[in-house]
Design a protein around this ligand. Structure first.
Ligand code: ZN
Length: 478
């Protein structure tokens, strides 16, 4: 499966809807004009439909999923058995770190065809759930023996091909991963597919940037894996090298996901991870700090002031037992944030947003934690912030129905049982908090309909390939 599957025909240049969420709130009778490049050229509220194609329901901007490791979709559920020797009553040593070992061993079997098949299935699922763009934090670069493929970018190229097949926008974030752990630890067998030196990494980034130039659905950024896997010197070298390639593209990094990350950084470097990064790199609006779970008050304030996006992945962070991001304090400090599905134990923006809010309700024993003051809608705040943070972190003109943005949108079925009788922000409240069935009916990316009536044009072909892949991977694990 290497060729893009034909999508449904180009969208009409004019569509009209009774209800749409614009940058300054809900509007009625909205006419959306889309140019040949797939961007909105004009968005007009209170307009007559005229010859435009009428869209029933309510239109929202498509949401960006700012953190994905596509291959992990195929491992979801594989790590839900007690891995540590401790039995009931004897403590539980299962953790992120034992999960990571299972993941490393899963990766050893993955070939480029598998990567493409899994990513295509995942991206179709994302689109159907309402994500119209993804940030792919891509770290499996090398072949199973730890050597480069004939094309060193093979795995990234296959991931981009999957995005094209599905029709999702993508920000490809090749990962720099130079050491096995703190203290320049030699990588173990499970990590050998991730390792690149800075020169090889920058060559890969340069190549991908050149080959995707001019594709409005693709952007290339970088992702130093973490301050655990990239020491200070290669980090500085990579950041300087990347500035010479593209001085405005996004930079993502995993940081302070686990308490152990903080403890080890303190031991080896003498500072907390976020504290150290803010002091040693020019962290600004290009940056996305993924997880940033374990931050103190000063780090929370300073991260917010940096204008970086906090990349919060609530279902994965829950699945891995990471801890809880100080969301209330971060919001109070004006922090920017977005959501990611990360390990894909869930592929649903509404579940990510709901979890984010519910965890805060549980620890504060209160309700409507994210709502902006008296009478404010929690759903509208969560959805609006995640749209803006997702767009910023992915470094693409997305996340809003306005001229100059990509024509990426989601149509909610207002006849869905969860949404009946709702209007305005009430639609967002019931979309997020109304249940588990999905009211997303149609999805457009870059002016093309990719999901109609809940079905994706390529879903049968993509699934058939994915099924073969999963059967082979299952057989090999026996
Ligand atoms: Zn991650």
């Amino acid at each position: 499966m290497c060729c893009a599957i034909e999508m449904t025909s180009l969208a009409p240049t004019l569509i009209w809807c009774e209800k749409a969420l614009l940058a300054d709130g809900w509007a009625k009778d909205v006419l959306l004009e889309i140019d040949a490049a797939g961007d909105f050229s004009r968005v007009s509220p209170d307009a007559s439909a005229g010859d435009a194609a009428r869209v029933a329901g309510a239109i929202l901007p498509g949401i960006g999923n700012l953190h994905s490791h596509a291959f992990q979709r195929a491992a979801a559920g594989l790590t839900e058995r007690r891995h540590s020797a401790d039995g009931p009553g004897g403590g539980n040593a299962d953790s992120f770190w034992t999960w990571r070992e299972v993941l490393h061993s899963f990766v050893t079997r993955l070939n480029p065809d598998d990567q493409e098949a899994i990513a295509a299935q995942l991206y179709v699922e994302m689109l159907k759930a309402g994500y119209t763009a993804v940030g792919e934090f891509h770290y499996v670069h090398q072949d199973p023996d730890g050597r480069p493929y004939a094309d060193p970018a093979e795995m990234a190229v296959r991931t981009l091909a999957a995005a094209k097949t599905a029709g999702i926008g993508i920000t490809m974030l090749p990962v720099l991963y130079t050491v096995g752990g703190y203290g320049d630890v030699t990588p173990n067998a499970g990590q050998k597919r991730y390792i690149l030196d800075v020169d090889a990494f920058l060559a890969l980034v340069q190549g991908l940037t050149a080959t995707t130039q001019g594709d409005p659905n693709v952007r290339v950024g970088i992702a130093p894996h973490s301050v655990r896997q990239v020491p200070a010197s290669p980090l500085a070298e990579a950041l300087a090298g990347f500035d010479a390639i593209d001085a405005t593209a996004p930079i993502h990094i995993h940081i302070a996901e686990q308490v152990r990350d903080v403890d080890e950084h303190l031991n080896h470097v003498g500072a907390r991870p976020v504290e150290w990064l803010l002091a040693n790199a020019e962290v600004d609006a290009r940056w996305c700090l993924v997880h940033a779970t374990h931050v103190n008050e000063a780090e929370t304030r300073n991260m917010a002031a940096s204008r970086a996006v906090a990349g919060i992945c609530p279902t994965t962070e829950g699945n891995l037992g990471d801890g809880i991001f100080p969301f209330v304090d971060y919001l109070a400090a004006g922090g920017r944030w977005g959501i990611g599905s990360d390990s894909h134990v869930s592929v649903s923006p509404i579940e990510e947003l709901r979890w984010l809010e519910y965890v805060q309700r549980l620890i504060t024993r209160s309700r409507n934690v994210a709502a902006p003051g008296h009478g404010g809608s929690t759903g509208a705040r969560l959805f609006g912030d995640a749209l803006a943070g997702g767009a910023q972190a992915l470094g693409r003109p997305i996340g809003a129905l306005k001229a100059g943005c990509r024509a990426d949108l989601v149509v909610l079925d207002t006849n869905h049982p969860n949404l009946l009788g709702r209007d305005g922000d009430g639609l967002l409240d019931s979309f997020i908090f109304g249940g588990n069935t999905n009211p997303v009916r149609d999805v457009m990316v870059g002016g093309r309909w990719v999901v109609r009536d809940g079905s994706h044009a390529a879903e049968d072909v993509v699934f058939a390939t994915y099924r073969r892949t999963m059967r082979r991977l299952a057989d090999e694990s026996l």
